[in-house]
Design a protein around this ligand. Structure first.
Ligand code: PGA
Length: 256
């Protein structure tokens, strides 16, 4: 199974800054047969980045898509528009859930991604309050079950699931990033596999890749990458610095 290191730039870096960061990153990276590196920039950056990308080193992903393929949806972009530009798409990120995206919409977006040959990176994870109420396991299973509602076993087999506990995501709110320990997050990777296996059988987990996300940085990435059933990382803050992100990629490559 190839490792996957994905950068989630969130709402950062305009096209000229994005191009600069990617060029610098490319100088730091070497192609590696067992590691995929995916940049998920803001939508406006995807087209200019796609033109010059060194595809032996990097791929592109979108941070969001609409569930419809076209239509009267002002401000949205659809999966077919990303054809030839992006290979991946984040679906159900906690920041979008917090903006009102519900399980039903997430299920439709996941189906739209699969229908249009984009590999979805489905994000699941509990909030701090849910964790304090011992609901972590239930939230992960419920979010996953609802999201894959419209998919078949064959669809699910290409899925990437990122477990991102919301309490460990760096929200840039003045609080120091919380680095979850492997013991705190281990349950999720088992829960995700078990749930997909129960719903879809062996085929459902045949090619499943699981990522961890939440304040992953050069100092903490190795511990996550060495965990059983963790195939990679979804990196926010540390992906905005090309040296930090390159270090994370190199750590993953050294373990692959
Ligand atoms: P972080 O973000 O690495 O800044 O915590 C991860 C994410 O939200 O995907």
């Amino acid at each position: 199974m190839k490792r996957l290191i994905a950068a989630n730039w969130k709402m950062n870096l305009a096209p000229h800054e994005a191009g600069l960061l990617v060029r610098r990153l490319e100088t730091k990276l070497a192609p590696h047969p067992q590691t995929e590196v995916v940049i998920c920039p803001p939508a406006i950056d995807i087209f200019p980045l796609a033109k010059d990308l060194d595809r032996t080193k990097l791929k592109l992903g979108a941070q969001n898509i609409h569930f419809a393929d076209d239509g009267p949806y002002t401000g949205e972009i659809s999966a077919p528009m990303l054809k030839g530009l992006a290979d991946y798409v984040l679906v159900g990120h906690s920041e979008r859930r917090a903006m009102g995206e519900d399980d039903k919409t997430i299920a439709k977006k996941l189906a739209a991604a699969v229908r249009n040959n984009l590999t979805p990176i489905l994000c699941v994870g509990e909030t701090l309050t849910e964790r304090q109420h011992n609901l972590s396991h239930k939230v992960v299973v419920d979010q996953l079950t609802a999201a894959v509602h419209e998919l078949t076993a064959a669809d699910v087999s290409s899925l990437v699931v990122a477990y991102e506990p919301v309490w460990s995501i760096d929200h840039h709110d003045g609080h120091a990033p919380v680095h979850a320990t492997p013991d705190e997050i281990r349950f999720a990777f088992t829960a995700i596999r078990t749930t997909l296996e129960e719903l879809f059988g062996e085929e459902g987990i045949g090619n499943l890749r699981q990522l961890y996300g939440g304040s992953a940085d050069p100092d903490h990435c190795r511990a996550y990458l060495e965990m059983p059933h963790v195939d990679g990382l979804l990196v926010g803050t540390a992906s905005l610095n090309y040296e930090s992100f390159a270090k994370i990629v190199k750590t993953a490559q050294s373990l692959a």
